[in-house]
Design a protein around this ligand. Structure first.
Ligand code: DGL
Length: 276
């Protein structure tokens, strides 16, 4: 059977929010062909158990690798937090020992651990991401002097997906969620969910001007560029060109519209079935 995505740089997310990461990668590394996969049939991942997220993630990443992607970036914070380490240690060496799968938690954690001036970092994410403690482990692992305060914001993904991003109710919700982080006087805030950059202005207004809020997509794209520069053998395997593919496990008009909004221009979504 011929491969469907030969040499393409895979980007996986539970849905369409990861298109912000795909967009940043396209801007920073415009020469590579991307294959984006959003598991729209099974989203959201953010309130699911680690075992289920692991199963969904191995199926989706396995699809991209089996279709020819030499490298996959897991853009979903929840999947990176709950499934990536196990996938890299147990699953990848058995099924695709010559491929690589990277996530978003480590590059963002490294960046904020180095950037935080006051040593107090806040993390917002889905309930599953926060419950996993992955950001705390990674940030403290890089710099043990940093204290990390987390806050789950489970209502924000559905609000954004409903198109309520600019409503005053959403700004109020953001203010309520970040209150414990303000009280802890965090100097840096991690937007640890694909969707939250859509509410960056609301988070910035709620946290005040002294709090630094990095753009996670730009950080991930920069760290990926650095990774490829350090691994030229892998970089050479990635195909060049602008024929990017956008795949989803469930195709609806609503998803097509949302995808255009996330990416900033209209695109063609292709439906795929992850089962072999
Ligand atoms: N992509 C998820 C994340 O970054 C948010 C959406 C979901 O819950 O599936 O955590």
């Amino acid at each position: 059977m011929s491969e469907f995505l030969p040499g393409m740089l895979g980007v996986f997310d539970s849905g369409l929010g990861g298109l912000t990461i795909a967009k940043a990668i396209r801007q920073r590394l415009p020469e590579y062909q991307l294959a984006y996969l959003g598991d729209t049939a099974r989203l959201p991942y953010g309130n699911r158990s680690a075992d289920l997220v692991y199963r969904f993630t191995t199926e989706a990443v396995g699809y991209l690798l089996s279709q020819g992607c030499p490298l996959v970036v897991v853009a979903c914070n929840t999947a990176s937090a709950l499934a990536l380490r196990r996938l890299q240690r147990e699953w990848l060496p058995v099924h695709f020992p010559d491929r690589r799968v990277l996530g978003v938690i480590r590059p963002i954690s490294e960046y904020v651990a180095d950037a935080s001036r006051g040593g107090r970092v806040g993390v917002v994410g889905t309930a599953s991401t926060v419950g996993s403690g992955a950001f705390v482990r990674e940030i403290s692992g890089r710099n043990p002097r940093i204290s990390v305060v987390q806050q789950a914001c489970p209502l924000l993904v559905p609000f954004i997906e409903e198109g309520w991003g600019r409503r005053p109710e959403t700004a109020k919700l953001v203010r309520d969620y970040v209150r414990p982080l303000q009280e802890a006087q965090v100097d840096t805030l991690v937007l640890g969910c694909t969707h939250y950059p859509m509410l960056r202005a609301e988070f910035a207004a709620a946290m005040g001007e002294h709090c630094f809020i990095p753009d996670p997509a730009a950080v991930v794209a920069e760290k990926l560029a650095d990774y490829l520069a350090r691994h030229p053998e892998r970089e050479l395997q990635i195909s060049r060109g602008a024929n990017h593919r956008y795949l989803v496990t469930e195709h609806t008009d609503r998803f097509a519209q949302l995808a255009g909004e996330w990416l900033g221009h209209p695109l063609t979504l292709e439906g795929v079935d992850l089962q072999p």
